[in-house]
Design a protein. Structure first.
Length: 199
C-alpha cells in the first residue's frame, strides 16, 4: 500500500494522487510513496489484492507533522511524520527489488491496518534513500543517483489531460484520471505529449 493506492487528493489548481502523494510542492514530492504496508512475511500489500486500500483517505495536520488516514468504519489514524529513532526500530525491507532501511511506524498504525485489511500487517516509512538503479528491471531507464520512495523507479508519474481524452475516445466506456494514479497532470498539450517530456 501507499504506492498510489489511496484516494485521489487535489491541491488546486493541480490534482494529484497521494500515496501518499503530491503536486509540484517540495514536501509532497519528498513524501510520495514514503509509507508502505506489508504482511507478516514483509511482502508489500497493494490495492490490487486488498481493494479497500483504495478507500483510505490521507491528509496532513499539525503543519505537516502528522499523517492522518481515514477509511470507512475506522477511527482516524494519526502517525508522526518524524519518528523517534529509539522507539521506532529500523530494519532492511525489500520493496520492488530495492532493499533499504525502513522504520517501523508503531503498533497503533499496524493494528489499524490489520483491522482494516483483516490480516496481520505492519506499516513502515522510508528511513534512507532508495536508489532506482537497484531495481534490475529499471536499470536501463533510471539515472545514477535517482532516488525514490516505495516506488519501482520514480516519485513522478506524469500524464496529460489530452492523453486521457484520446484514450477515452477509443474505449467503450470512459475511465477517470485516477485510474492511472498520476501525481502530475499537464493540460494544454497534444495527446501523449508526455512521451516527449524525457530530457
Amino acid at each position: 500500500m501507499f504506492y498510489g493506492d489511496c484516494v485521489l487528493i487535489s491541491f488546486a489548481p493541480n490534482p494529484c494522487s497521494f500515496v501518499l502523494t503530491v503536486c509540484v510542492r517540495t514536501f509532497f514530492l519528498l513524501s510520495f510513496r514514503r509509507w508502505v504496508v506489508v504482511d507478516r512475511d514483509r511482502n508489500y500489500i497493494k490495492s490490487f489484492n486488498k481493494p479497500v486500500l483504495a478507500q483510505v483517505t490521507p491528509h496532513f495536520e499539525d503543519n505537516k507533522k502528522t499523517l492522518c488516514l481515514n477509511a470507512p468504519g475506522m477511527d482516524t489514524l494519526r502517525v508522526n511524520v518524524r519518528l523517534d529513532k529509539e522507539e521506532n526500530y529500523v530494519e532492511d525491507l525489500t520493496v520492488y527489488k530495492i532493499s533499504s532501511k525502513s522504520q517501523y511506524t508503531g503498533d497503533e498504525a499496524s493494528s489499524w491496518f490489520s483491522k482494516l485489511l483483516n490480516t496481520e500487517c505492519l506499516m513502515y516509512q522510508v528511513y534512507e534513500p532508495r536508489y532506482s538503479k537497484e531495481n534490475p528491471s529499471c536499470r536501463n531507464v533510471a539515472l545514477p543517483g535517482d532516488k525514490t520512495g516505495y516506488a519501482a523507479i520514480s516519485s513522478y508519474h506524469i500524464t496529460t489531460e489530452a492523453s486521457l481524452e484520446a484514450l477515452n475516445e477509443e474505449l467503450p466506456s470512459s475511465v477517470a484520471m485516477d485510474r492511472f494514479r498520476p501525481n502530475i497532470i499537464v493540460g494544454g498539450t497534444k495527446p501523449f505529449a508526455e512521451v516527449r517530456f524525457i530530457s
